[in-house]
Ligand binder design. Structure first.
Ligand code: PGA
Length: 257
């Protein structure tokens, strides 16, 4: 973390978990456990159907609400899809773009990721852009090249003045939901690479202000060490964000003075 230049963001990614009633129970529990985080922003990215309730439930405890995806068009004949504009009007602040599960199961490509980044920024949402390598790619030694490619594609035609709204999440696919975590050094190296790519594209001042998260089995045990890396500015947390006590422990790790 480097709080001097950029915000630390702890974001939960609920994926396809929690009904409306479970969301209410989670909110009550979280509120009873969580203080007012001073040094980091807390975000919960929840299923579309829980967004409206969540914005109300978490209003008084400074938790921002995010969506887990959006479409790249603002409206039109796209049955079953939701636009960034629709999310904005519900009070959504963040939207996860290009999560590896969407790349894997729903044909998300670097090209659609770029279109969605533009759509999110256009609507006034902050995209959390996910990048990350598979185990095979890591073993082939192409991780940093791949990440560079993904970051460049995601940011194609994004103007410098919009960059303060963009968040990146480095999520090694082999670490998601597996209980395997990248070492702090591995996470730090890739997050640093993401910042280097941004620096080459936009200059040092823009690059140092961008929040770069780590995601992939982050939990109360490893959070502190990962967050101690200078280029790891928070986490995108799946499994551990479903349990209020674990999520609060990670928030606390990010919130230490
Ligand atoms: P995990 O998920 O924390 O359960 O590994 C992270 C993510 O997919 O964002």
């Amino acid at each position: 973390m480097n709080r001097r230049y950029r915000k630390t963001i702890i974001a939960g990614n609920w994926k396809m978990n929690k009904t409306l009633s479970e969301t209410r129970i989670f909110a009550d529990e979280l509120k009873s456990l969580m203080g007012r985080p001073k040094w980091c922003e807390v975000v919960l990215c929840v299923p579309y159907v829980n967004i409206q309730a969540a914005t109300r439930l978490f209003k008084d405890c400074r938790v921002s609400i995010g969506a887990e995806n959006c479409h790249y068009e603002s409206s039109g004949a796209y049955t079953g899809e939701v636009s960034a504009e629709m999310l904005k009007e519900l009070g959504v602040k963040y939207v996860v773009i290009g999560h590896s599960e969407r790349r894997q199961y729903y044909n998300e490509t670097d090209f659609t990721v770029n279109k969605k980044v533009h759509a999110a920024l256009e609507a006034g949402l902050r995209p959390i852009v996910c990048v990350g390598e598979s185990l095979e790619q890591r073993e082939l030694g192409v991780t940093l090249e791949l990440i560079t490619y993904q970051v460049k594609c995601a940011l194609s035609r994004v103007p410098a003045e919009k960059m303060r709204h963009v968040v990146f999440a480095y999520e090694p696919i082999w670490a998601i939901g597996t209980g395997k975590t990248a070492t702090a050094q591995e996470a730090g190296e890739v997050c640093e690479t993401i910042r280097t790519v941004i620096r080459k594209l936009y200059g040092a001042r823009v690059a140092r202000a961008v929040t770069v998260q780590y995601g992939g089995s982050m939990n109360p045990k490893n959070a502190q060490e990962l967050l101690a890396q200078p280029d790891v500015d928070g986490g995108l947390i799946g499994g551990a964000s479903l349990k209020p006590d674990q999520f609060v422990e990670i928030i606390n790790a990010a919130n230490q003075e």
